[in-house]
Design a protein around this ligand. Structure first.
Ligand SMILES: *[C@@H]1O[C@H](CO)[C@@H](O)[C@H](O)[C@H]1NC(C)=O
Ligand SMILES: *[C@@H]1O[C@H](CO)[C@@H](O)[C@H](O)[C@H]1NC(C)=O
Ligand SMILES: *[C@@H]1O[C@H](CO)[C@@H](O)[C@H](O)[C@H]1NC(C)=O
Ligand SMILES: *[C@@H]1O[C@H](CO)[C@@H](O)[C@H](O)[C@H]1NC(C)=O
Length: 966
């Protein structure tokens, strides 16, 4: 057993805290005793992580101001997020245990150094992100990463890469070296050769000015995707067939005035490229022709955004490529689009003209584009739906978002019967007339969010039979009238967040039997709108959001008809954050009918209580959020009907403790969030009631730092449950420990092992036994003396005051067998001849009184006690009592009151221990009758003298025969 006596404990529970008048402080048993025996807390604190949390197999330590890789993360994690910290160095041992790790994110740190061998244990690692650090030279630091497929080194200061740096990365497919200072591909040339599986190479903005294909020889054979945008490339030269698999090439994005010099000597050159981005590039006409020629018959997607010049020329060249189908010409300040601009682009099916300041379009602008399927005109300055789109009868997607369109006409979409997706969001549309969407019979998605729509005007009453998704968020709708959406027979998602809806007429959603999600967040909907059965038609609804409205019930009594009684398929009901004032009581049948409800969010609704039948109707509930309410009491019975509950959120309530858990049957609860409550003590019973708990969040509670939390602290050390932020739990009570960390509390002095108690008590028992044996053997008489001294004290207390003066000269103690001698010899001589007044027990004792009291009284009432000693006397119990009492008096008053008259010669060794005590006192008077046989006169004279002496102090002996023991 190792006991460590700690002289300087970390934070001692001293007595001052015990004096604090905090409710519930109890000084634990054995506290002071065990103060000496305390042992340090285990330094490895179980599952309370210092700076991180674990979610499933993901360790999340981002933005925690970490300066080093934390060492307390379980080795089994699959992802490890250390992004946005202050780590400056990776050490060899930092990731030693994480053989199962798949993803490691170290982006946005200050890493300038990686020790060799830091990653050798990460055999399973797939993705390593070192973006936004301060690496300058890449050495041989990637050893062991044979399974790595993705390495991101963007935004460092890398200038050189050691030739063998990437050698271990035999499975790497993605490499991002963008935003570094490489300047020259020859610097990475040798390193890249070791990447036989590389498919995606990002070298954006690395200061490249010359690209020569030989620089990538042997390293790019498998390359499919090359992003070298934002470099200031002057010379682009392909002299060898290095891009045998390249399909995606971005060499755009540079803002250079200088023209690119383009040399393609290798006929195979870029012949497999399907997607090319030459945004912002200046190309001589000859070079442009050369480029497009080399892509003839392969190019399908061309991006020419923000071209500084000759866009028309480039369009005329590129649009002769018969395979070109997707054209993106954003940010070219076109203003007007006429029919000549795109006249050769007849093969284009997807055209993106976003962000071009287009105000006007000629009606025949898209005449050549008869096969167009997707047209984006977003972020322009259109004030109407341009008539040019009317002819695009094959159009499937039309994006007109972020323009200045304020009204829609009945003919705007007249011929777009094939349209599937229509984006009209972020305009200034205020009204939608009934006829606007009349021809869009195949439309599936309609985006009308962020407009000024105040009225639905029956726009959805009849038409849009195939619409699946309608977004009306952030408009100015105030009411939904009966049948407003009746035409939307196929609608699944309806979103009307952030309007001003304050009236939902009965039948608002009639016909919407396919609807699964309806979002009504941030409106002005009141309880009166929802109670009348407005949702009754939504029989397929899975998700209903009523967050941030004005629903408020005053009483928990049952409603005449429950608002969701037909929504038996509803899985999520969110109604957090009701913003009307006043207390909220949930009617006890509010959730009636929601037999499949899984998630109920009633956060921050000013709920003050919950009727215990509230969840009677939702037996499948798994997630319940009642945080930020003024709940003061929760009945454990509330949880009886929801045995499947997995997650419970009760942060910021007024519940004073978690005691309601003790009786609640939450055997499946895995997640409990109870931040910012007033919990001061977490008990064994509370946690014991949650056997399946995986994650516990008690951040911001006001913990009591004393022995009451001993169990909790010990549990934190060994639990399998992850306790979020446990290292930052702070003491709130008692006053003198306020602000200190709960986990720094030393509770060693609070608790004692049962084993330890056994050990101590056994040891004590053995020691006591040995001490007793020792004492008995060597000091028994001294002990007996001490014992009598003690009893004498008691007797003195009891009798001293009662017997102030003596009634008798002597009390005669004798055995009945010696009665004869007493009456024949002693009594006549002493009473009749010498005139003493004697007390004889058979003559003078008060009848009915306990015999011991009589004896005691007699002895204290007599000046002397004469013990007539014979063998029988010594055997008799009562006689020895008399000696005892007389002895007490002897000890007590320090007077020689005892006169021993021996009727027989008794050898010393036969005498009782009282005789031996004489050795200590030497005050006793002995007279021997047998030895006085010849000379009885002297005997009586001696007795007379002995009776006469009053105080006989100092061992004055009246010896006739004094037997001294030897
Ligand atoms: C590396 O990846 C392969 C293929 O996915 C996998 O079978 C193997 O188990 C991985 N190696 C390690 C050490 O995880
Ligand atoms: C490319 O590889 C071939 C053989 O695989 C080799 O002969 C040649 O020297 C390599 N080229 C470069 C530039 O390393
Ligand atoms: C691509 O080939 C077609 C057909 O041979 C030709 O008409 C067109 O001009 C070529 N385009 C370019 C850019 O070379
Ligand atoms: C608690 O749940 C268990 C299993 O889910 C069940 O057997 C037990 O009867 C329940 N106890 C109470 C008090 O409801």
């Amino acid at each position: 057993m190792d006991l460590i006596v700690r002289l300087e404990p970390r934070l001692r529970l001293d007595s001052p805290m015990m004096e604090d008048d905090v409710v519930g402080i109890r000084r634990p048993l054995l506290f002071s005793f065990c103060f000496l025996f305390s042992w340090p807390l285990n330094s490895c604190v179980g599952f309370a992580l210092k700076d991180c949390r674990i979610s499933k197999d993901n360790a999340i330590c981002s933005a925690s101001k970490l300066r080093a890789v934390p060492g307390d993360i379980p080795a089994s994690v699959k992802t490890f997020d250390l992004a946005a910290n202050k780590i400056s160095q990776i050490r060899a041992g930092d990731f030693i245990n994480y053989t199962a790790l798949l993803q490691l994110d170290l982006k946005r740190n200050s890493i300038s150094q990686i020790e060799k061998g830091s990653f050798t244990s990460l055999r399973s690692l797939r993705k390593l992100n070192l973006n936004n650090n301060r690496l300058a030279q890449l050495g041989d630091v990637f050893g062991g990463l044979s399974n790595l497929t993705e390495l991101r080194l963007m935004s460092n200061d890398i200038t050189t890469v050691a030739p063998s740096s990437f050698q271990p990365l035999t499975n790497l497919t993605v490499l991002d070296l963008s935003f570094n200072k490489l300047k020259d591909l020859t610097k990475v040339h040798y390193a890249l050769q070791h990447l036989p599986n590389l498919q995606y190479l990002f070298i954006r903005k690395i200061g490249l000015t010359i690209f020569q294909s030989w620089e990538l020889t042997n390293s790019t054979v498998g390359l499919a995707y090359l992003d070298m945008s934002q470099n200031y490339i002057d010379v682009f030269s392909i002299s060898a067939d290095v891009f045998q698999n390249l399909t995606w090439l971005n060499i755009g994005g540079s803002q250079r005035k200088q023209k690119l010099s383009w040399k393609i000597d290798e006929p195979a050159g870029l012949s497999r490229v399907t997607t090319l981005d030459i945004s912002g590039l200046r190309l001589a006409q000859k070079d442009a022709r050369g480029l497009f020629q080399s892509l003839n018959f392969s190019l399908s997607t061309l991006r020419m955004n923000a071209m500084k010049s000759n866009l028309r020329e480039l369009l005329n060249m590129s649009c002769t490529i018969p395979t070109l189908t997707q054209l993106q010409i954003r940010c070219n300040t076109l203003r007007q689009v006429d029919s000549r601009l795109l006249r050769l682009c007849s093969s284009v099916t997807k055209l993106d003209l976003a962000d071009n300041c287009i105000q006007n379009m000629f009606n025949d602008s898209f005449r050549a584009l008869q096969g167009l399927k997707s047209l984006t005109l977003s972020q322009n300055r259109l004030s109407l739906v341009p008539p040019a789109v009317r002819n695009l009868t094959r159009l499937l997607e039309l994006d007109l978002s972020s323009n200045n369109i304020s009204s829609l006409g009945c003919q705007d979409f007249a011929d777009l019967g094939n349209l599937r997706v229509l984006g009209l969001d972020q305009n200034s549309i205020s009204t939608v007339n009934q006829c606007v969407f009349k021809d869009l019979t195949k439309l599936e998605v309609l985006k009308l969010q962020i407009n000024q729509i105040t009225e639905l005007n029956s726009a959805f009453k009849i038409y849009l039979p195939n619409l699946r998704q309608l977004k009306l968020d952030k408009n100015k709708l105030t009411a939904i009238r009966q049948g407003d959406f009746e035409g939307l027979r196929s609608i699944q998602n309806l979103s009307m967040q952030r309007n001003q809806l304050c009236k939902l007429e009965n039948g608002s959603f009639v016909g919407l039997t396919m609807l699964t999600d309806i979002l009504l967040q941030s409106n002005e909907i009141q309880e009166t709108d929802i109670t009348a059965g407005v949702f009754n038609d939504l029989i397929n609804l899975r998700k209903l959001s009523l967050l941030d409205n004005r629903i408020k019930y005053k009483s928990s009594s049952a409603l005449p008809s429950a608002p969701f009684s037909r929504l038996s398929r509803l899985e999520t009901l969110a109604m957090a954050g009701q913003h009307s004032r006043g207390r909220f009581q949930l009617p006890r049948n509010f959730l009636q009918g929601l037999t499949n409800l899984l998630i109920f969010d009633a956060r921050n609704v000013q709920l003050t209580s919950l009727h215990q039948d509230t969840f009677k109707y939702t037996p499948r509930l798994q997630k319940l959020d009642i945080s930020s309410n003024e709940l003061t009491d929760v009945s454990p019975r509330l949880f009886d009907p929801i045995q499947d509950l997995r997650s419970l959120y009760i942060s910021r309530t007024s519940l004073l403790s978690l005691d309601f858990l003790n009786e609640a049957n939450l055997t499946k609860l895995e997640f409990l969030q109870a931040r910012r409550n007033q919990y001061s003590v977490i008990t064994k019973e509370q946690m014991g009631a949650l056997p399946a708990l995986v994650y516990l969040d008690l951040q911001g509670n006001s913990f009591l730092c004393d022995c009451d939390n001993t169990w909790f602290l010990q549990w934190l050390n060994k639990t399998e449950t992850q306790v979020f932020d446990a290292y930052n739990f702070v003491c709130n009570y008692p006053q003198h420990l306020k602000g200190l960390k709960l986990l720094d509390l030393d509770v060693g002095s609070c608790s004692v092992d049962v084993e330890f108690i056994y050990f101590i008590s056994t040891t004590c028992a053995i020691l006591l036994f040995q001490l007793a044996a020792f004492t008995y053997h060597f000091l028994r008489w001294q002990l007996a003396y001490a014992y009598h001294l003690f009893l004498a004290l008691l007797y003195k207390r009891k009798f001293r005051n009662r017997q102030p003066e003596c009634l008798y000269d002597a009390f005669v103690s004798y055995n009945t067998h010696d009665e004869d001698w007493v009456f024949r010899e002693l009594l006549p001589k002493l009473e009749e001849e010498q005139g003493w007044k004697l007390c004889l027990h058979h003559r003078d004792f008060e009848p009915g009184k306990p015999i011991i009291d009589n004896i005691t009284q007699a002895i204290y009432a007599s000046r002397k006690t004469i013990c007539v000693i014979s063998r029988r006397y010594l055997e008799s119990e009562w006689c020895s009592r008399e000696i005892q009492v007389a002895s007490f008096r002897l000890f007590d008053e320090h007077k020689d009151v005892l006169i021993l008259v021996f009727l027989e010669d008794i050898p010393v060794w036969e005498l009782s221990p009282y005789y031996r005590m004489r050795k200590l006192l030497k005050k006793w008077t002995f007279l021997s009758w047998p030895r006085a046989a010849q000379c009885t006169d002297l005997f009586w004279e001696k007795l007379r003298q002995a009776l006469k002496t009053r105080d006989n102090v100092g061992g004055e002996l009246l010896l006739l025969t004094v037997k001294d023991s030897t």
